[in-house]
Design a protein around this ligand. Structure first.
Ligand SMILES: [Zn+2]
Ligand SMILES: [Zn+2]
Length: 107
């Protein structure tokens, strides 16, 4: 975060900027998902088995792939989605980052 301001880091899913209690995980091309969004995505897709299918031609914002897996859609823009694999990967990375204080939801 050298020479960067919190407002330089904006979550692609809720459009909030980075904060102490809003850690971010980076995807491809500087795309970002924040801790609170990741928690919602985990609950809905990983735990709840919900989510949406990738829409035609609209891939995962984080990996740019259109995999045939369930996706979590942003609450503010339903075309912004995160695939199950990115949710799992991001949750693994963020929970390993002890400074983030983020804990993967279990229910
Ligand atoms: Zn967010
Ligand atoms: Zn993805």
């Amino acid at each position: 975060m050298l020479n960067a301001e919190p407002q330089d880091f904006i979550c692609d899913f809720c459009h909030s900027s980075w904060a102490e209690d809003r850690p971010m995980i980076e995807g491809h091309r500087g795309s970002l998902i924040c801790g609170p969004c990741l928690s919602m995505a985990c609950r809905e897709v990983l735990i709840g088995g919900g989510g949406v299918d990738a829409r035609n031609g609209v891939g995962c914002t984080l990996c740019l792939q259109t995999n045939p897996v369930r996706h979590w859609a942003s609450p503010v823009d339903e075309l912004v989605v995160a695939c199950r694999e990115c949710i799992e990967r991001s949750a693994r990375l963020l929970s390993r980052d002890t400074e983030s204080g983020w804990i993967a939801p279990t229910a």
